[in-house]
Design a binder for this molecule. Structure first.
Ligand code: ZN
Length: 355
């Protein structure tokens, strides 16, 4: 009983005192914004209590790429304007391959791809040259969402932020005054999602409870532009802007402003300690990798896509895009919303031929 009381007290404390559970309870260290990547062979494995003060054993997986941004004609800020030491280092190392590479095929017509956009032709060529091991379909998709410009370069203002498939990242910014309609508290919490996303989350949490007997704990959901602005400033002050860039979004660039995103965490039964960085070691996480798409949710910042998303692995951060698209993305084995959006260019993305 004491343990339960303690656990509840801890949760209440966190919910009430932390403006963002996020890194306001983050294990303090300036140099370890997240734990190092861990094996995901976790299904059924009993979760062990966290070791306090887990140390990051490797430097950030984000490595500096001494790139030149390939595009040169539409540049607003093409030069490698420093975002601060770590921020600039976020420029993609996009060489992870899957399947076909571009080597020696650069003269083939790219137009055969369904997501080819003629106005991007030059940029495709430059990008493929810069990342010759990348699958062509992925290269086209990433150029379609302006990944070739580099983070926070050539920022596009999102025209229709209420669209379910709204694409928000370091290159696409939500209006400062955008507040989603239909926000409501998730049942049992005082944090909000849009009604559709909240219902989907509740259904998913019920399924996890029914199938695993475990709870999905939501800890952060909708955040306003101003809130995110203050949050980022706080992190930048604590860790330096460059480090903050690897785990926190600038105002207008956070998916949390869409009301479609929820952060989860895990409570260690033995200690009552709430730690979101251990979420990847939970049965809930393993279950979500298999089933979250059935409820419309996608993992937004996967472990192996740091260079694409620009964020360190966030096993806790899940985005609602609807069952149809989440399932399509899952079945296509596309791991980032960047590639998915650039491949299917639906919703508000300005990457169609017409746009
Ligand atoms: Zn988040």
């Amino acid at each position: 009983m004491k343990r339960i009381v303690f656990a509840c007290a801890a949760l209440i404390f966190l919910l009430s005192s932390c403006s963002d559970i996020g890194f306001s309870i983050r294990y303090g260290a300036k140099t370890e914004p997240v734990l190092p990547p861990q094996s995901q062979e976790i299904k059924g494995a009993p979760v062990a209590p966290p070791k306090e003060a887990v140390k990051q054993t490797e430097p950030s997986p984000v490595t500096r790429e001494p790139e030149e941004t390939p595009n040169v004609d539409e540049a607003i800020e093409i030069s490698d304007e420093s975002l601060g030491e770590g921020g600039a280092s976020l420029i993609p190392d996009l060489s992870v391959t899957q399947g076909i590479s571009a080597g020696g095929e650069a003269d083939n017509s790219l137009a055969a791809f369904g997501h080819y956009i003629s106005k991007n032709e030059e940029r495709y060529r430059a990008f493929i040259e810069a990342y010759p091991d990348m699958a062509l379909t992925k290269a086209l998709a990433l150029v379609n969402v302006n990944a070739d410009y580099g983070y926070y370069k050539n920022i596009t203002q999102i025209a229709d932020p209420a669209e379910l498939l709204v694409f928000c990242n370091k290159n696409f910014q939500l209006p400062a005054d955008y507040i989603p309609e239909g926000l409501r508290n998730i049942a049992g919490y005082s944090i909000m999602l849009t009604d559709t996303a909240a219902t989907a989350f509740e259904d998913m949490a019920a399924a996890v409870k029914a199938e695993l007997g475990l709870k999905l704990i939501a800890i952060s959901a909708y955040r306003s532009f101003d809130y995110q602005k203050a949050l980022f400033a706080r992190y930048a002050k604590a860790d330096g802007e460059g480090v903050a860039e690897t785990y926190s979004a600038r105002a207008g660039h956070s998916e949390h402003q869409t009301g479609l995103t929820v952060d989860l965490l895990h409570m260690w039964p033995s200690t009552g300690s709430l730690r979101r960085e251990n979420f990847q070691n939970t049965e809930q996480y393993a279950w979500m990798l298999e089933h979250a798409h059935e409820y419309g949710f996608i993992l937004r910042y996967p472990e192996n896509d740091v260079s694409v998303t620009g964020y360190l692995f966030e096993p806790w951060h899940w985005r609602y895009i609807g069952v149809e698209d989440a399932t399509r993305m899952h079945e296509a084995e596309i791991t980032t919303f960047e590639e998915y959006t650039g491949t299917f260019y639906r919703g508000t993305t300005p990457v169609t031929e017409a746009g």
